[in-house]
Write a new protein. Structure first.
Length: 131
């Protein structure tokens, strides 16, 4: 079997290859670009974009795509909310511990100095050592 000769691309094919891959001509069309969907004069065709399985997998590997971005946004939002709640709880817990320690020290001093001459609430009576 003889090898097939390579055909030169037509000028129309060369022109479409220069365009961005995002705006490819419709598949299955004839020389005028009409396909089975748009042959009835149903209006302009939408460009074919890479929404297939392979295109989505390629974009996911490259770190692109709406699904990957929405997943990243969801994970980022979860992390931010979790850290915000955690910091809020830690701050309140530390504040509560400080208040409890202050109250405990006050109660300890109250018990320790009660009914002694160091008790600040005990009224100092004037001394009767007048001559």
């Amino acid at each position: 079997m003889a090898p097939q000769p390579r055909l030169r691309p037509s000028p129309a094919t060369a022109k479409t290859q220069k365009r961005s891959l995002k705006w490819r001509p419709a598949r299955g069309g004839g020389a005028d670009g009409a396909s089975a969907r748009g042959a009835g004069g149903a209006g302009p065709q939408a460009p074919i974009r890479g929404h297939g399985r392979r295109a989505g997998a390629r974009r996911a590997r490259q770190g692109e795509g709406r699904i990957r971005r929405s997943c990243d946004v969801g994970v980022g939002g979860f992390i931010l909310v979790t850290l915000g709640c955690w910091f809020h709880c830690r701050y309140n817990y530390a504040k509560l511990r400080i208040q409890e320690r202050t109250a405990r020290d006050g109660i300890k001093n109250k018990i320790l100095y009660e009914s002694t001459h160091l008790d600040p609430e005990r009224k100092q009576s004037p001394s009767k050592n007048s001559s």
